[in-house]
Design a protein around this ligand. Structure first.
Ligand code: ZN
Length: 295
């Protein structure tokens, strides 16, 4: 079940048994030419106009994407998942460069002051999934969540660290990951590392080598925070369409197909970080694949 909170679409909340999941938007919904993100076209988007417009696509066939983080409340703990892009960070592309958003104020008004976060999980270490790990204080990048343990999947951490040949990847590691290690708040974990009852990680490689998704189970219900296994609802209809930013498209396709099949079979709520509109969806069979409906 989901609800819009406080009369704004910035917050939205899902309940899975005893576990609550809240989303916080960092940026307003943004429209892009699908080809900028995905191996597909406006024509393919518009063929699915009936269920993609207006939440997930425009009348012109542009895709609408969110940049958002999630807070899981489970077992008396608060887990921040995929803390977005962050403020004041020099970034490529320009739309993500030197942001100045009220993300932390939104977090606080939703009832989650940054000091109250117990764990931070990044599904992977791309620019839009680990930025708020740190914030700038007196010219230094310091942990935004000073009382949290930050869990990094070891494979993802090692990949991001050796990716230093790419100046953009190096900048992300240096301002959003290394300060967490230097502050002694980082735990390098394997995907089977226990988090809290009802919340576990699952290895979902392809978009990046060490990519993980977060599986939530409680009271006979299930939800999955997919990370970038999937970027846009059109990929439920065309599971073989990958993003332009995948480490290994072939592995990513197999991972995405397996996840979609499982989500559909379990009637789980799928909550991908870039899905706009209601964000949390069920899958409904449609031809040889699926389409989405609001959870
Ligand atoms: Zn992303």
């Amino acid at each position: 079940m989901s609800e819009a909170v406080a009369g704004t679409d910035a917050f939205r909340r899902w309940t899975v048994g005893d576990i609550r999941i809240t989303r916080i938007l960092e940026l307003p919904p943004m429209a892009f030419d699908p080809a900028d993100f995905l191996q597909t076209t406006r024509e393919e988007v518009l063929r699915r106009r009936a269920w993609l417009v207006p939440d997930y696509a425009t009348e012109a066939g542009d895709i609408i994407l969110h940049f958002q983080a999630f807070i899981i409340e489970a077992g008396g703990k608060r887990i921040m998942v995929d803390p977005c892009i962050g403020n004041g960070k020099p970034r490529v592309p320009a739309a993500l460069d030197m942001l100045d958003t009220p993300f932390l104020q939104r977090l606080e008004s939703a009832g989650f002051p940054r000091e109250s976060i117990d764990f931070v999980l990044c599904t992977h270490l791309h620019v839009d999934h680990c930025g708020w790990n740190t914030m700038l204080v007196d010219g230094r990048w310091v942990p935004t969540f000073p009382n949290a343990r930050y869990f990094f999947a070891r494979g993802e951490f090692e990949h991001a660290r050796v990716d230093g040949s790419d100046p953009n990847a190096r900048a992300i590691f240096e301002d959003s990951v290394q300060p967490i290690v230097d502050a002694g708040l980082a735990d390098l974990i394997e995907p089977d590392h226990p988090i809290v009852e009802g919340v576990r990680l699952e290895a979902t490689p392809g978009h990046t080598p060490g990519h993980c998704s977060v599986v939530i189970s409680s009271g006979g219900q299930q939800a999955i925070l997919t990370g970038d296994v999937i970027h846009h609802p059109i990929q439920t209809s065309m599971p073989d369409v990958s993003s332009n930013f995948c480490w290994d498209g072939e592995i990513g396709r197999a991972t995405r197909r397996a996840m979609l099949e499982r989500v559909a079979a379990a009637r789980a709520i799928m909550i991908p970080p870039h899905f706009a509109g209601p964000t949390g969806v069920y899958l409904t069979p449609d031809g040889e694949a699926w389409r989405v409906e609001e959870a």
